[in-house]
Every structure is written in structure tokens, then in C-alpha cells.
Write a protein that binds this ligand. Sequence first.
Ligand SMILES: [Zn+2]
Length: 331
Amino acid sequence: MLRFDDIRSHEIPRHTLQAAIQRQKVAHAYLFAGPPGVGKRKVAEALFGALLCERGGTQACFECAACKRYEAGVHQDYRVMEADGRFIKIEQVRDLSRLVHYPPIEGRFKCILIVDAENLHESAANALLKTLEEPSSSTVFVLLTTRAHLLLPTIVSRCQQVRFAALDRATVASLLMEKKQVASEVAHTVAAMSDGNMERAFVLLDSDLLAYRTEWMDRLVKLPTASVSDMLLWAELATAEKDRWEPVVELLRLFVRDVMLVAAGIPPDQLTYREFLPQLIEWSRKISVHSAINLLDLILGAYRVTQFNANPKLMMEHLFLQISACFSDDV
Ligand SMILES: [Zn+2]
């Protein structure tokens, strides 16, 4: 569990919530909406930590008995509700409604976290709505969602919305270096590939991607002048093992992106392929912005196509050939 001060990003949500605690104007229900893996739950836990702490400050002390019980996951006024199977069911919401009826057992507030609130089954959502419509002053709900548009509008309107943005690359990279002790170059590549999603960054780090990262980057920077037989071989290599092609496509996307950034004069520290700067400069002179945008479209399209079980090898061949053609057309 973290305190507000331990969370580096999401400055606006943190300050909004701490100000509400300080002014004793904590809402009955919050909807934390934003992309996955950015730490919405950590912020919710920091909020609940403050509300459950015996000292009544704007963040948990982690020294009092209540904080210790909260950290150990045994505080009686704290509940987490998440999908049982695919959905959050009406029985779960009914149990919760009973709890909401009674005053807090240990402290001043009852804190209820609803994880992936978009999984509320329709009947469960309607039952929850009734509970939200009759707020008790001592209950605080936090609903987490990555897809707010799937929630009942009536539920959304009952909650104070708190928006979360994706983490920036520098934050992801520094967290990776700090928590996993990885080298700066590796941290920056993984950060670039994670789209501001910390969970995805950890998964990427644990995958064998890093072992062949340099190998593939080395290949991809030669792509604009590679022979057709090389490209066909690479397509085979990229798809020889299950789940390998996706990181390769991602490295490809970052390569084209870097070429565009170099063409736009963005400083090298923003680049994923920093160590290949001379090649990037060379390629940036050989492709128009228009072609680069087309390439990015093509790469993003590749993700969609493969979700429908298309043939990854054919897709990789097509991608490599198209990219190579774009560079030679624009010379
Ligand atoms: Zn405390």
C-alpha cells in the first residue's frame, strides 16, 4: 500500500482527493477512469488509507492499529468487490448494500472499492445505483474503470469523476530502473513499448523480448535497404515462436516513429533507437512525412488484423516489404 506522497504521477487526482479530505468534503462515490496499468487502484488505496487511519490526516500514517489492519487486508470497514467470473453479480452488490446500512465498525468511514466497474452485470448495476442514490455519510465508494462508456450513465452521474492519464515514458522508465534494477537503455525501450501502462511494462520486462531486443533493432534499422530474401527470412524468424511477432511489430512501430521524430528535429533522448542515431538521420532524409504516416497506419492495422487470427507470417512479410518500398519510393 502506498501513501499519496509515495505516488509520483497523477498530481491532479492526488491533490483533488487530499484537498477533499482536508476540507472534510470527501464525495460518497468516485469514478476513477483512465487507461489500464496507470495506478488508479493505488490512488484509491491511498485515499482509503487516509480515511481509515486513526490519526485523521490527509494520508495514512501506517503506524496506528487501523493502518496496520488495513495494510494486512483485515480492516473490517474496507471491502473490495470484483467480478466473480465474468461479471460482478447482483448477490455481491446485495451483500454490500447490507454492509452500507450499518455504521462503520472500527473507524469513521466504510470504504468500498469496486474493481473494473464495467463488469457490473446489468441487474447488479441497477442494485448498486439504488445504494448510490441513498448515500450514507460514512460510506465512500471508489469505482475503477478503463471503459467508463460501458457503465450505466445513471451510475456515472452519481459519482464524482476523477480522470487518470497514461503514465509518461520517463515515469515508467524510472519506476522500472528503481523496482527492477534494469539498465537505463532497457528501461527506456520498455517504457516506449508500454504505452504508459505499468503492468504492460512489467510483463514486457519479464518476457524474453529483452534478449532479442538489440538483435531485432539491429535488423530493423537495416530494413530500408534489406533484400527481399532477408525480409522473408526475418518474417519467418519473427513468427517462428508464438507471441514473438507482436513485440517485433512494436519495435517496428517505434523505429518508424523515431525516424519521424528525427525528421522533426526532436532531441535524441526522446528516441527509442538512440544508439542508432546515424542510421535514423539517414533514413529520415529518405522518407516523406506522408509515407511515414502511411506506414504507421499499416503497422497499427497489423495489430487489428492479427486479432482475427490472420496469418502472422504473411502479415510480417507484407509489413517488411511495404516499409522497405516506402523508403525507396521517396528517395
Ligand atoms: Zn494510521
